[in-house]
Ligand binder design. Structure first.
Ligand code: DX5
Ligand code: ZN
Length: 235
């Protein structure tokens, strides 16, 4: 039983690259909702991940929707490289756009779901004058750019504050949570308002558990979180 109250986005930078085809088939078998493409430019974050050639090659062999996470300075430079489709999510960092509103409007015209991401240290208030222009707000629960990092605990209260703000404004915005999404933290992440969980090396791609078993185990953890958030009156 897939619990669509909370969607799963698989962080492909964490895939087992020696078994990429096998893992993609397993993601499809488990009805994963999105493939999460971390694009890292070596400037905003001092690392590199996947470029358009790898992403477009892998996209050819799957029908799963794309969830692009651009950790890229001045991201509008690369929008046209992404072969964006209706139903895809494209998320840019608040910290990366000198003209954030203009970049979000540009994305809106491309027909995708429009997302903005914020790093652990970035206040929610920086989104105050663009919040009506986005469909997704990605709250980084680790510092961006690397897999295997530990949760920045205070981001959980940021998620809850954002959930309350979205409800106060009666906006239809999904909260995506990215970083250290593991069995221990999933219930609380969902309880404070997560609508999309990015599965990475902390859980979905853990070799000792496996994709099928982890997705199954997530269902119970997600239900725990949903029960808890209902008690708080969150949608
Ligand atoms: C980190 C990326 C995440 C990361 C999540 O900058 O945005 O998608 O791969 O993986 P884990 O679960 O290792 O934090
Ligand atoms: Zn990411």
């Amino acid at each position: 039983m897939q619990n669509k109250a909370v969607e799963i986005s698989a962080s492909i930078m964490c895939i087992n690259w020696l078994e990429a085809g096998h893992d993609l088939i397993a993601l499809e078998r488990n009805n994963i909702d999105y493939l999460h493409w971390d694009i890292i430019d070596g400037s905003f974050v001092p690392d590199f991940a996947m470029g358009s050639s790898i992403i477009n090659t892998l996209k050819k062999v799957t029908n799963l929707r794309s969830d692009y996470h651009l950790m890229v300075d001045e991201p509008s430079r690369i929008f046209d490289m992404l072969n964006i489709k209706k139903g895809d999510i494209v998320t840019i960092h608040q910290e990366c756009s000198r003209h954030l509103h203009r970049d979000l409007i540009l994305l809106r015209k491309m027909g995708c779901l429009v997302g903005v991401a914020i790093c652990p240290a970035t206040p929610l208030e920086t989104l105050e004058y663009i919040i009506e222009d986005v469909d997704i707000i990605l709250v980084m629960t680790v510092n961006p750019g690397f897999k295997g990092q530990k949760l920045v605990a205070q981001t959980l209260r940021k998620i809850e504050k954002l959930k309350k703000r979205i409800m106060d404004l009666k906006l239809n915005i999904k909260i995506e949570v990215d970083g250290n999404v593991c069995p221990q933290y999933i219930p609380e992440m969902v309880s404070v308002g997560a609508d999309i969980l990015v599965g990475g090396s902390s859980g979905l791609f853990r070799k000792d558990i496996g994709i099928d078993a982890f997705v199954k185990s997530m269902e119970d953890k997600i239900l725990l979180g949903i029960e808890s958030r209902k008690l708080k009156g969150y949608s």
